[in-house]
Design a protein around this ligand. Sequence first.
Ligand code: ATP
Ligand code: MN
Length: 460
Amino acid sequence: MNTRIKDILKLTGNGQEMTVEGWIRTKRDSKSVCFMELTDGSSLKNLQIIVDKEKYELDKEIERISTGASVRIIGHLVPSPGKNQSVELQGSSIEILGDSPSDYPLQKKRHSFEFLREIAHLRPRTNTIAAVTRVRNALSYGIHTFFQENGFIYIHTPIISASDAEGAGEMFQVTTLDLDAPPKTDGKVDYTKDFFGKKANLTVSGQLEAEIYATALKNVYTFGPTFRAENSNTSRHLAEFWMVEPELAFCSLDGNMEMAEKFLKYILQYTLDTCGEDMEFFNKFIHKGILESLQHVIDTPFTHVSYTEAVKHLEKAGKNFEYPVSWGKDLQSEHEKYLTEEIFNGPVIVTDYPKEIKAFYMKLNSDNKTVRAMDILVPRLGEIIGGSERENDYGKLLNRIDELGLDKEDYWWYLDLRKYGSVPHSGFGLGFERLVQYVTGMQNIRDVIPFPRAVKTAEF
Ligand code: ATP
Ligand code: MN
């Protein structure tokens, strides 16, 4: 039997023989007995290996073993007299698969996350990054499970986009042209000679394409990588990140908000249920009280408030914000936090923002000033989800495109969706790494994605 340590730790030790494989975390050696901690990444807890050196001839192997070495150990599982574990493995055979010389960088228990980013190829071998990785995995699975159980179809929206319609941020260009000598016409780069016959970029969002499928298959979602050439060094921005974007047809903003609340509560609960050990770790070592704050979001019905009302609340608060609030200005993170933490003491859904501060595709309200947008704000973070009902009226959408000086030729297919069998439809977006940060309490977004890409950062 060859099992994961996570499963072994759940067994009762009755002397059964088993083979375990993993990496050595620590070794404590004495004349007659040797203790080792073995991990295989399946759980935070290690398996304790104990070798009776008088009984087994393993001195040579034990001598060779050091932190980071990979081993295969055969032994008997027995109850542990120690207080940190219920079982331990009495090793009778050790095979060293890979030595780990003394310059192995992960010798001491704690390293700074900055240092670990420089050795991103080794950092998953640390407790914290391994725990983040398991929680990230659980959140992904929870997200798919939620949508699959609720009848949503998973759509793989394109990563390369030749559409000019997205425009949600700075884009990375994709080209096979010779950058030293691009073909030119009238002094301008001639993209008809480029790979796609026109300018192409990495996608910044899958929403517009998701709308295409929602207006055929009803409820769909995308969950994939998106790219933004964010030229800023923040702890919340990556150049490559993952986004979750459901799109619901025959659905107004109310249905959208209901689904978003249900979704958020589901995935948080799912993570608490499946990652208990890792979440305890985050609660203890990374962000005290995080379990309680997540439970609070799960247990609290979300408050609904319009942008206009929210601004009134903020103005009444008489607080000296870094950015002053007034109707028409976008809410900053400090305002969002104040609303959810101080005014409403729980998650808040803010709706009906001024059209000027929201995207062109959002459905215009009858006041002609606000749109059917909604942002979900949670304590500790501020905005976690942003969504809207989409404009489904051909004329109004065209109007908005004109008003903003956009070229309607670029939106011909998007407009078609409003021409043929147009339906009310809505959706929302969730930045996946922001979610992982929120759930784990990790400060820097670069520590919640395996291979962070950001300005001047793409080593691994
Ligand atoms: P922000 O104001 O934080 O830059 P945004 O308004 O540009 O966000 P949207 O265009 O609404 O973001 O994108 C949807 C979601 O994608 C955001 O709510 C956020 O969770 C996430 N997101 C946006 N930009 C990034 C980024 N550079 N890195 C990681 N996640 C991001
Ligand atoms: Mn941004």
